[in-house]
Design a protein around this ligand. Structure first.
Ligand code: THF
Length: 335
């Protein structure tokens, strides 16, 4: 996806050097936006390999969102990508599915309010919670022109105590003709690791929901408020705050056109920047992303999702076909 690569390049070139809560500094830009038309193929990145164990992680992560679980006890058997944010028992204050499928509804409204109304069909049994996904499917079938087909994973009171409030926190379905579109808003996006997973997961969700409601999968649109590239800890991270280093990097990017030139720029960073501290290897995502920038996007793969109720989808029901990516790139996650 060319737009993904442009966003990465813009952030490395012009991003603000920002230390943050993780201890791994970032280069960060405000407000990135791009779109992918699913009619042109499935927008899984082809400039690095996301098949194999990475595909396994991202599919299980999506199935976990859909499950409505408020813990990762099953997810962590399949992938370790959420382990850092859960407690020993696998509990997680911010589980996306918990809010998608079981958004808390108050016992009663204020004096004179007609809300909450327990009689509607999207309340889960025996819980004061609301199933937003069931609402989406029903509304797309019954009132597809609605401009209220919103799923919200943000709960302000939860967000103040959670170890990690939702990054991608709201999405809206929108019908145009026979096409179903999805717009995702993200408050914070890790361009190297999380974002490629998010693009894939929400494109799969859009495809599955379109199929179940009789629409063609349309455009996936993604807005990221703080779009960032992790650039390392300690002296390595600090180096990107240095104006001379950034000017060299900027000049290098302005000149780089071929794969070899991007590779050379990545080599230059690795030789010039202070070494990454022991245990923090690959937390600087800049060299890996520079190498990725030198690669031409290839033909988009095809996605096939079994036509079953979303609650019955299993790993093998989501198939990736005709995927021909460049080599995998290793990045370490900032916690
Ligand atoms: N924190 C940070 N710093 N970045 C994120 O992307 C992120 N997430 C979730 C929560 N906090 C985050 C966790 N999602 C990987 C991918 C997604 C993650 C976390 C980690 C990751 O390491 N991916 C590897 C493959 C690892 C594997 O499959 O075991 C990769 O190369 O893609 C944003 O949602």
């Amino acid at each position: 996806m060319q737009q993904y690569l442009s966003t990465v390049e813009d952030v490395i070139r012009d991003g603000t050097h920002k230390p943050n809560r993780t201890g791994v500094d970032t280069l960060s830009s405000f407000s990135a936006h791009y779109e992918a038309d699913l009619a042109d193929g499935f927008p899984l990145l082809t400039t690095k390999d996301l098949s194999g164990f990475r595909w396994k992680s991202l599919i299980h992560e999506l199935l976990w969102y859909l499950s409505g679980e408020e813990h990762i006890r099953d997810l962590r058997e399949k992938t370790g990508i959420w382990d850092a944010w859960a407690d020993e028992e696998g509990r997680l204050d911010t589980a996306y599915g918990r809010f998608w499928r079981r958004y808390p509804v108050p016992e009663e409204g204020l004096e004179g309010e007609t809300w909450p109304d327990d009689s509607h069909r999207w309340m889960n049994d025996d819980e004061r919670t609301f199933d937003q996904l069931a609402y989406v499917l029903a509304t797309l079938r019954e009132n597809p022109q609605s401009r209220r087909i919103v799923v919200n994973a943000w709960h302000p009171a939860n967000a103040t105590v959670s170890t990690l409030p939702p990054c991608h926190y709201t999405f809206v379905f929108n019908v145009q003709g026979d096409r179903l579109n999805l717009h995702l808003t993200q408050r914070s996006g890790d361009l190297a690791l999380g974002i490629p997973f998010n693009i894939a997961a929400y494109s799969i969700l859009l495809t599955a929901v379109a199929q179940r409601t009789g629409f063609e999968p349309g455009t996936f649109a993604h807005s990221v408020v703080d779009a960032h590239v992790y650039c390392g800890t300690g002296d390595r991270g600090d180096w990107y705050g240095d104006a001379d280093a950034r000017a060299m990097l900027r000049d290098g990017l302005a000149d780089a056109e071929s794969r070899e030139e991007y590779e050379r720029l990545a080599d230059w960073v690795e030789e010039t920047a202070p070494a990454e501290a022991e245990g923090d290897e690959k937390k600087d995502h800049v060299p890996g992303l520079l190498r990725q920038l030198g690669r031409e996007p290839r033909e988009k793969p095809t996605l096939r999702v079994a036509d079953k109720p979303l609650d019955e989808l299993a790993f093998d029901d989501i198939e990736l076909l005709e995927y021909d990516p460049g080599p995998g790139i290793e990045f370490a996650v900032a916690e």
